[in-house]
Design a protein around this ligand. Structure first.
Ligand SMILES: [Zn+2]
Length: 332
């Protein structure tokens, strides 16, 4: 029994699971000490046999209990060591990752927002799912207007749609604020279009300034936009062309001298020397009427963030801005 008692001390000193298993086999295995002691019982008889059998069973119970508890202890230690070895420090710098200014689209958008908010324009994001009347009717685009064609707009049930431009933010601003209003609406817009210069989702910046009658006129609009274009593109020439938009009157489109060829003529400017960059005009009286404003004056303008990004980054295919090709993005 002395040997068996030593085994109970020995098991406490085992340092790993492999040694523990070896010891278990030495005791409980086919040729183990305890197994041999049990077979030796048959040589004994009577009271002596009963007593020995009891002792052996008591020892076996003790050994199994100590073994189980030791096994659990060693398993826990092993797991802890494994976890410690695998631990990572998320605060460490990864030298394989480069840094960047962000995606060209976000960079351009932030630049435009920063410029206009510094000029006192209040930022509106608006809602992407819009009511048909806010997207069209109230902006003086009646039911027969071609832009309302099913080909161009993503419609939902109940006269709802994905906004096709940021202009509905103008109506919301005019309905919720009293003049003077000075706001920019920024965010994604959606149309059913897909080619080198159109994607189903694109982002716009919308500007609106409204004040009491006669206070705001076309001259203010010209000043604000020409200042912006000179700030954004540097030394470019700016050209105003008469145009048509349902929600402005008079309306104009604005071009800048080609930033790629210095007006000598290239593929991007289609050999005209000019690049179209935005649309603008004085707010149409019908829009004021729909928004419930009287005796006011104002101007509005809109520009495409993708368009300005393409011009500043020299990208020909708009779709490349939405492909997650790291090699391309690293080029900017
Ligand atoms: Zn050009």
């Amino acid at each position: 029994m002395q040997t068996l008692k030593n085994l109970l001390t020995q098991i406490q000193e085992v340092g790993d699971l492999k040694d523990l298993e070896t010891l278990r086999l030495q005791v409980l295995g086919k040729k183990g000490v305890l197994t041999q002691e049990f077979s030796a019982l048959k040589k004994l008889e009577g009271k002596e046999k009963t007593q020995k059998a009891q002792e052996l069973n008591t020892f076996k119970e003790a050994f199994v209990r100590v073994h189980a508890s030791k096994k659990k202890e060693l398993q826990d230690l092993e797991l802890e060591a494994k976890l410690r070895a695998q631990a990572i420090d998320p605060t460490l710098a990864n030298s394989t990752l480069g840094s960047s200014l962000g995606h060209p689209l976000s960079y351009t958008k932030d630049r435009i927002i920063t410029y206009f908010t510094q000029q006192g324009f209040k930022l509106h994001v608006g809602t992407l799912v819009e009511e048909e009347r806010y997207n069209f009717d109230m902006l003086n685009m009646p039911g027969y207007h071609p832009a309302r064609d099913m080909q161009d707009t993503f419609y939902f049930k109940d006269h709802k749609l994905l906004r096709t431009h940021t202009s509905p933010t103008q109506i919301h601003a005019m309905q919720t604020q009293k003049p003077p209003i000075k706001m920019i609406g920024v965010g994604p817009t959606f149309r059913r279009d897909y080619d080198t210069t159109h994607t189903p989702m694109f982002s716009q910046v919308e500007g609106l300034v409204v004040d009491h009658a006669q206070k705001v006129h076309f001259g203010h609009l010209k000043q604000v936009l020409e200042d912006f274009l000179h700030d954004f593109f540097g030394g470019v020439k700016v050209r105003w062309r008469s145009s048509f938009f349902p929600f402005t009157e008079p309306s104009a489109e604005v071009d800048i001298s080609c930033v790629f060829c210095a007006q000598e003529g290239c593929k991007v400017c289609k050999h005209t020397g000019w690049l179209e960059v935005l649309g603008a005009g004085c707010v149409h009286p019908a829009v004021f009427k729909h928004a419930g404003l009287e005796n006011v004056s104002g101007y509005a303008f809109g520009l495409g963030i993708e368009r300005l990004t393409m011009l500043t980054c020299g990208i020909n295919d708009l779709r490349s801005l939405f492909e997650t090709d790291l090699r391309l993005l690293e080029g900017f």
